[in-house]
Design a protein around this ligand. Structure first.
Ligand SMILES: *[C@@H]1O[C@H](CO)[C@@H](O)[C@H](O)[C@H]1NC(C)=O
Ligand SMILES: *[C@@H]1O[C@H](CO)[C@@H](O)[C@H](O)[C@H]1NC(C)=O
Length: 255
């Protein structure tokens, strides 16, 4: 009798011991240090805005060379200050050519989900924009050895328009709403006119071991906000009110 009880106790105890060691194993695997979350970086832009092209070509492209890309989830949203009219007609700040190129870049993102591929295409097109040669945008396919079919079919089939409507919704639901382009958002926070310092914001937002680049970007002291604005405002009313605040704003207005 007592032996049976002892045996029972032993069995229960060993079951508890094994189950608790099992759960320790389970807990220790699930709580092992997770690799730190990437910082989200979103660029809301339009293809023919000079400040947008300049940002993409001369600033954003740096993350592909200095290692920051390894801690960033980059999202490009080519819609900017475009507007939807009745029946989903779209009008773009710099005219129909901008709507065309916004759609082409949306198609490139869709056709080549690999960031390094679609970014290289967008970089190429925006480089042409800076050189006032954007009408040669189709040369980017052969320059980069990319097959044009997927992008051209996307555009011709109307799929590109659908993508643009999704970008319109994404842009128009921004909180806080965008006020101009380029509109750079790091982990949900817009950088406003400080956007050219986006790398410092990324480094600050990252919780893991920072890439070496970040060491040189740690804030030393407060910088005074630059007086001139490298942005393109959505419309005259907003831009004039902001210009009133900032004095000598460089404004890229609707023609
Ligand atoms: C962060 O982004 C890089 C490059 O885009 C990717 O290789 C890596 O897996 C991402 N890390 C995490 C934790 O998601
Ligand atoms: C809306 O657009 C469709 C497709 O372009 C066209 O067939 C239709 O007539 C348009 N409707 C109005 C009210 O403009």
């Amino acid at each position: 009798m007592a032996a049976t009880a002892r045996l029972l106790l032993f069995l229960v105890a060993s079951f508890l011991a094994s189950s608790s060691s099992f759960s320790r194993v389970a807990i220790s695997t699930t709580s092992s240090p997770a690799s730190p979350r990437n910082v989200s970086l979103a660029l809301y832009y339009e293809t023919l805005c000079p400040y947008c092209s300049n940002f993409i070509v001369n600033h954003l492209s740096k993350i592909f060379h200095d290692g920051l890309i390894s801690i960033v989830d980059l999202d490009l949203i080519p819609y900017g200050n475009a507007r939807l009219g009745s029946n989903s007609t779209m009008s773009c700040q710099h005219g129909p050519n901008e709507c065309l190129l916004n759609t082409v870049e949306a198609c490139a993102i869709n056709a080549w989900p690999d960031l390094s591929i679609h970014f290289s295409f967008i970089y190429c097109v925006e480089h042409l924009v800076l050189e006032h040669k954007y009408t040669e945008w189709e040369s980017c396919f052969s320059k980069l050895g990319l097959d044009s079919n997927a992008v051209l079919n996307c555009y011709d089939s109307g799929h590109g328009k659908e993508l643009e409507l999704q970008y319109a919704e994404k842009t128009d639901s921004l909180q806080p709403p965008h006020r101009y382009v380029p509109w750079v958002v790091v982990d949900g926070q817009p950088l406003y006119e400080d956007y050219e310092k986006f790398e410092a914001y990324i480094c600050k937002a990252y919780h893991g071991e920072p890439p070496e680049t970040c060491l040189g970007l740690l804030p030393k002291k407060d910088h005074k906000m630059k007086a001139d604005n490298h942005v393109s405002y959505a419309d005259e009313m907003i831009s004039s009110s902001i210009a009133a605040v900032h004095g000598d704003a460089k404004i890229d207005m609707v023609v």
